[in-house]
Design a protein around this ligand. Structure first.
Ligand code: ADP
Ligand code: MG
Length: 695
């Protein structure tokens, strides 16, 4: 494969536009993209026609408005280009109107009450800032998805609003530092994606994996990840072929897939792209997840994106590397080389510090779902407490600023803002503190709490919103100042003083940290059900509505959707467990018990006094467990029944968390204990060892 030639070959990108569009149209389109305004219909018609011709040459027959509803995955409805011709044949058509706007019947997408059933239509609006592309003979047009009342029904709309608002506030700050040449600030994101690959035949034998994405039963295998022989290990040939195929598919779509390696758990891998603007990164991450699954099927594999597919084995996350940069090429989180640059860096850093401290709840919520609840706080994953890692060097600089003390004992240097250059901060390329949920890594922050299934839209909307708010507060103060340097220094010092509690450079996995965080007054929202209600607190409504990222109605609807998603997930898991237990596991145990009884009876028939202690001992053990199994099945059925009678969605979520989940855990513990006793040929499902080692 000729990579440079193939890269982006299926994308209607800038070079294709330049080549295919009349000069005037190209210019008008670029201007629209730059200013974020809506496109003139005559321009749109020319673009649509060029897009269609290009797509047809590449084999496309259909087009679709591709959008990102609140389900967290993407949605599409395909229309063909055909239009009847006078002679009874067809011509291939695609109008500007069809490019700009679509009207999917959207009544089945979650709207949290925003769209009443009598007005079931939503509309999709072309997002020209994310390139159209071709996949499976279809032209994909990235779109935003709204109700007719204009409320956002998707994840893209608020994300785009949030980057626009951050741009506005960051420009105010940059102006104060004399950067009149800067006209645009964007946020950049590089999401590292973890996933599992298992054999497809084994996947198909597990109802739990097929229906819920994770194993609901499964005893620990004799070998797990304790040998640590998988991390960065040599990649098996079958997996290598998969990765090569995946890279090719992603490159054609213009996705900068860069790094592929094995992760900590057996059968776990990671893909990291080169970062891009947040909107593109979000679209590309959705496409990456989709292609991971599709390509896996071609290789007889199943790709698991669930946060915790296997109990007792590391879960999968997504690291959201985030920064801000200008159209002049400045990374705003890159410490500079002059005192002035450093003052600016410290101010942006302080905006992040203050934002993370004041909106811990929102960050926690942005990574909350039922799947991630199994992961946060477990094995490798960060705990549910939000804190920030800045590294020892930067921490001592901040301390010096806060207390007017020396930051370097040997040098007797005191850090003075606007006077001193920061000491050289080593770029963190080696994950020096893997335990931190939010780590400064030299010129960006790495938010590590995301679950692997997540759309990165939510966490980035949150990051952008909180930093927007802090920058606007800072700009208000500094624009009114009569002595910029003095007030800047004061502001930075004050911010560090008031918000340093959010900085923690130690081991986030230790019990001491949990106690220490509590002393510091940091939130520890352990589950999704605990975290979500904070979304609609007055402080958070104020934040999002002030900057017009969400309306209050949109926030309430999102809150409801997230809560429902949580209870629905647990409901499906509970029902799947019951189905598996009753239809497969109980019959398996009955056969095994029957075999044991037959063996004992056969022996006794030969000789009354023969030793049958193996059989009877095993029968006794299995019988005890099967008695418990009956109880736990009944308890879970009861809990499920009761959950169904609770009308209030908040109370229902709490009931799932407190009662259904523990009934599920009890059932699982008993089944897993049985799995260890029952003969291999009797057990209806592939074991953990089969799944994670037999690839
Ligand atoms: P590694 O951790 O493998 O040494 P990096 O830390 O450079 O590599 O990058 C990890 C991820 O962060 C990659 O996806 C990379 O593209 C992304 N990244 C690097 N710089 C930025 C930035 N300024 N903004 C957002 N993401 C970035
Ligand atoms: Mg990383």
């Amino acid at each position: 494969m000729n990579v440079p030639e193939s890269f982006g070959s299926m994308v209607f990108n800038d070079s294709t536009m330049k080549e295919r569009l009349p000069k005037e149209t190209y210019k008008a389109l670029k201007k629209t993209i730059k200013d974020g305004r809506s496109l003139d219909i005559t321009v749109a018609s020319v673009v649509a026609n060029a897009m269609k011709d290009w797509a047809i040459e590449k084999g496309a027959t259909h087009y679709t408005h591709w959008f990102q509803p609140m389900t967290g995955i993407t949605a599409e409805k395909h229309d063909s280009f055909i239009s009847p011709a006078e002679d009874g044949g067809v011509i291939m058509e695609f109008s500007g109107k069809e490019l700009i706007q679509g009207e999917p019947d959207a009544s089945s997408f979650p709207s949290g009450g925003l769209r009443s059933t009598f007005e079931a239509r939503g509309y999709t609006a072309w997002d020209p800032t994310s390139y159209a592309f071709i996949k499976e003979n279809t032209l994909y047009i990235p779109t935003a998805f709204c109700s007719y009342g204009g409320e956002a029904l998707d994840k893209k709309t608020p994300l785009m609003r949030s980057t626009e608002k951050l741009n506005k506030q960051a420009l105010r700050i940059l102006k104060l530092f004399g950067h009149d040449d800067v006209t645009k600030v964007i946020t950049t994101v590089g999401p590292e994606q973890e996933y599992f690959l298992i054999d497809r035949e084994l996947f198909n034998e597990r109802e739990d994996l097929m229906l819920t994405g994770r194993t609901l039963f499964g005893a620990k295998p004799p070998k797990g990840q304790e040998m640590e022989d998988h991390y960065f290990g040599t990649i098996k040939p079958r997996i290598k072929e998969y990765m090569a195929d995946l890279d090719e598919e992603l490159w054609k779509l213009g996705i900068y897939a860069k790094t592929e390696h094995n992760e900590v758990a057996p059968a776990q891998h990671e893909l990291a792209p080169i970062f891009s603007d947040t909107n593109t990164a979000t679209d590309h991450n959705q496409l990456t997840m989709e292609m991971m699954k599709k390509v896996a099927a071609r290789h007889g594999l199943a790709c698991l994106l669930h946060e915790k597919p296997f109990d007792g084995v590391n879960g999968s996350g997504k690291h959201n590397n985030w920064s801000m940069s200008t159209n002049t090429g400045m990374n705003l989180l890159d410490p500079g080389t002059s005192p002035r640059d450093n003052a600016q860096f410290l101010l942006f850093l302080c905006a992040v510090i203050k934002g993370i401290d004041e909106y811990q709840d929102l960050l926690r919520i942005s990574v909350a779902n039922a799947g991630n609840d199994h992961r946060l706080g477990a094995n490798e994953a960060p705990p549910a407490i939000i804190s920030m890692f800045v590294g020892d060097e930067l921490a001592s600089v901040l301390e010096s600023i806060e207390n007017n003390t020396d930051y370097d004992q040997a040098d007797k240097q005191m850090m003075k803002i606007g006077v001193h250059v920061l000491p050289k901060l080593p770029k963190d390329t080696t994950d020096r503190n893997r335990t931190s949920p939010f780590a400064f890594t030299g010129n960006k922050f790495e938010f590590r709490m995301l679950g692997s299934t997540f759309s990165i839209a939510g966490p980035n909307i949150t990051l952008n919103a909180i930093v927007t708010e802090e920058l606007s507060q800072f700009a208000d103060i500094l624009e009114a100042s009569e002595d910029f340097d003095r007030d800047l220094a004061k502001l930075i010092q004050k911010t560090i003083k008031e918000h340093k509690r959010i900085i923690f450079n130690g081991n986030n996995y230790s019990d001491e940290w949990v106690a220490e965080a509590e002393k510091r007054g940091l939130l520890n929202l352990k589950t999704t059900a605990d975290a979500l209600p904070y979304f609609v607190s007055p402080k958070n409504i104020e934040l999002f509505t002030k900057h017009k990222i969400f309306t209050e109605t949109e926030m309430h609807s999102r809150y409801e959707i997230l809560m429902e998603e949580y209870t629905k997930t647990l409901n499906i898991e509970a029902l799947t467990m019951l189905d598996m237990a009753k239809k497969d596991i109980v019959p398996a145990i009955l056969s095994f018990e029957t075999a044991l009884c037959d063996a004992i009876a056969a022996k006794k028939a030969v000789c009354e006094t023969i030793d049958a202690s193996l059989e009877s001992g095993l029968l006794k053990k299995v019988s005890e467990l099967s008695g418990k199994l009956a109880q736990h099945i009944e308890a879970l059925e009861k809990a499920e029944e009761e959950a169904g009678t609770i009308a209030d969605f908040e109370k229902q979520a709490a009931f799932y968390k407190d009662s259904v989940l523990s009934a599920m855990e009890n059932l699982r513990a008993t089944v897993d204990a049985l799995e260890v006793c029952v003969g291999r040929e009797y057990w209806p499902y592939p074991s953990y060892a089969d799944m994670i080692f037999r690839v």
